[in-house]
Design a protein around this ligand. Structure first.
Ligand code: OGA
Ligand code: MN
Length: 300
């Protein structure tokens, strides 16, 4: 590629992550181009598009090409999650404020929206304002991590179930939630070894929103979760993207973890806009999971 002016797709990391050039994604994708990108997303898991400078409407239109979108957690009336440390009056938000802490949990390794039984399929993140220093984003290939484990270890892990609780990951940043907030987002379960429904490949589905291993004691469970999360975060599975303003990166949450890197929040502005595509189905076939998925599907 390209043979006839189609996009150029260049792998940037050993096992995943490609940059797509010679493409303008501000324009509607025809079926042929969509299929090229869909296949590339399945193959490389993360696709970076340099300096596209999309408007929110264009970002929503591009994202929707891959399926229906999630609503923003904090502003359910909109599809775009605005992540900014700048207040409406132009000042920088206090890094110790509740919202700063909430957003800073994005700097822990995670896969998006594990608080849904059908977690996000793709996420799309665009850089609108970047600090001069810091503020990169990293992705880790959870399929490569799984495949790097010896078969004996894989056999021990396959079949384990984790309980995920995204508010606990925020509590690690010092946030406190009310009982009502805790009740609204109860912990829920996902398999540790997740089979990708489109590629069939297995991945280690574990990040900082995972709290316990079902049926294990608390310390043993936490020990395993921390060990595997760190295993997946080794350099050999990780690629770092240094943003230019206008870049947009899409990734497959079924196969990669990601995390933002710090910057001087008290001194520099960083503004990112994210859209996420709804999961196509629950990760586990239990009653509650299916109900939740039906609710989502009917609403879309
Ligand atoms: C996200 C996220 C990381 C970043 O938007 O889901 O984790 O670098 N962002 O802003
Ligand atoms: Mn995220």
């Amino acid at each position: 590629m390209p043979l006839d002016g189609g996009p150029r797709i260049t792998r940037l990391a050993e096992t995943f992550f490609a940059e797509v050039t010679e493409i303008d994604i501000s324009q509607p994708l025809d079926d042929e181009l969509f299929e090229v990108l869909h296949q590339a997303a399945l193959e490389h898991a993360v696709l970076a598009f340099k300096v596209q400078h999309l408007t929110d409407e264009q970002q929503v239109a591009f994202s929707k090409r891959f399926g229906p979108l999630e609503d923003d957690l904090m502003e359910p009336s909109q599809h775009v999650a605005f992540m900014s440390n700048r207040e409406s009056d132009g000042s920088l938000r206090d890094p110790d404020s509740r919202l700063s802490k909430f957003l800073r949990s994005n700097q822990q390794w995670h896969s998006d929206s594990t608080f849904y039984q059908a977690p996000a399929r793709y996420s799309f993140l665009s850089a609108r304002r970047m600090p001069a220093i810091g503020g990169a984003t990293q992705w880790a290939d959870l399929q490569a991590a799984w495949e790097a484990l010896p078969a004996s270890r894989q056999a021990e892990l396959d079949g384990l179930i984790l309980e995920h609780d995204f508010q606990r990951s925020r509590m690690k940043e010092g946030l406190v939630f009310t009982d009502e907030e805790r009740a609204k987002w109860p912990p829920l379960r996902h398999p540790l070894v997740r089979r990708h429904e489109e590629t069939g490949a297995k991945c280690l589905y574990v990040g900082s929103q995972a709290e316990t291993v079902v049926g294990w004691g608390e310390d043993a469970g936490k020990g395993l979760i921390d060990e595997l999360r760190d295993f997946c975060a080794q350099d050999r599975f990780v690629h770092t993207h240094e943003w230019d303003e206008g870049d947009i990166v899409m990734w497959d949450n079924r196969r990669v973890n990601h995390r933002g890197r710090p910057w001087d929040e008290g001194a520099e502005v960083r503004i990112m806009h994210r859209t996420s595509g709804r999961g196509t189905g629950p990760t586990m076939e239990n009653g509650a999971a299916v109900d939740e998925y039906e609710r989502w599907r009917n609403a879309s």
